[in-house]
Design a protein around this ligand. Sequence first.
Ligand SMILES: C[S@@+](CC[C@H](N)C(=O)[O-])C[C@H]1O[C@@H](n2cnc3c(N)ncnc32)[C@H](O)[C@@H]1O
Length: 395
Amino acid sequence: MSHSQSSACLIHASRLPCTPRTLKHDVLTTTMLHCGSRIAKLFRSPVTPPFNFPRRLLIKFEFSSLFQAKGLNTSDEESDEFLPWLERKARTKISSMLWIGKSAYGRSLFASENIRTGDCILKVPYSVEITPDNLLPKIRAILSDKIGTVSKLAIILLVERKMGQSSGWAPYICCLPQHGEIHSTIFWSEYELNMICQSSVYQETVNQKAKIEKDFAAVVPALQQFPDLESITLQDFMCAYFSVTSRAWESTKGLSLIPFTDFMNHDGGSKSIVLFDDDKMFSEVIADRNYAPGEEVLINYGKFPNAMLLLDFGFTLPYNIHDQVQIQLSIPHDDNLREMKLELLQHLTPKIKDAVGFNCPDDTFIIKYEDTILLEPSKCMEKLKTIKHTHIRHS
Ligand SMILES: C[S@@+](CC[C@H](N)C(=O)[O-])C[C@H]1O[C@@H](n2cnc3c(N)ncnc32)[C@H](O)[C@@H]1O
């Protein structure tokens, strides 16, 4: 890392929130509940490229933050009708503390009354969550076994959209993002993608698009059996696929779309996550702090670096403590010192296995933003010297 880059990290560090919030009930230790994870970390392609953020990409990330603003919390008629519709469908109360409004990042949930740390702010029964089980049996019967769960959910969304107002999910389907509203790199033009061609986001985007195209090719023969579905295009499939990667949660019961909960936007500093109660068959969210009426209520999608947020969710965070860079040294296989160099890398980056993100080859190391915040240059130099001496003695 160059001097200018490391000082930039330190400047950012001083702006990071430093007071950890605590939950009134430690929901994570409640045995009955288990937490779901956003699927981004579960659906990585096995091929892994080097992860070098060129300066211009960093500029793009910082630039995007200029558009970040506080919640707008204006309501509209469609949104006002959404929760009563879902509660009728679920035959139970889902939330009395939240309402749907518009934020700088699209729809969002806002506090309708004072919320206290530890309050359960919403409870969505499994019966109104969309899982691959919702796939029409006649479609499932002719789908290839190779079709993954993301694609299955994408097909469900496409089928329901085709049904228009006669779909039992119509109020939800019309809230999902459409082409033109999605900023994931899978929708970037070739010109835009070329600007990030040295980063792994570029390669992951290429891989992701190839996977979607392959899945679509496998799905088309099934869709062609149904006159209403044969007009579905690759672009429609890509939009539906993105709706799933950016909105679904993975839990013990598999992948699911959770209407209403998926209107919540992400805050990397939030401790609220989606919890699943398999006995009582609902998912829920517990507030990690107090909210005043009208405040936007946020949850944490997971510890994702910006590259992954961009690919799977279509946004980046200006100060993301989970951000990281992958640097590939490209140590030639015929290099006599290759093993020693790889070992050195392991010493220098012992946390490499904890890194969330794209897989990476052996000769790659990851610098995590949070590590650079904690890094004390003198300790780092000491460590380097120790490793160097150990190797000199051994060789
Ligand atoms: C699960 S949905 C959240 C609801 C969404 N805002 C909507 O209009 O339906 C995830 C999407 O919300 C937006 N989003 C969520 N958190 C964001 C954030 N912190 N910054 C920018 N966009 C965000 C992104 O478009 C992302 O793909």
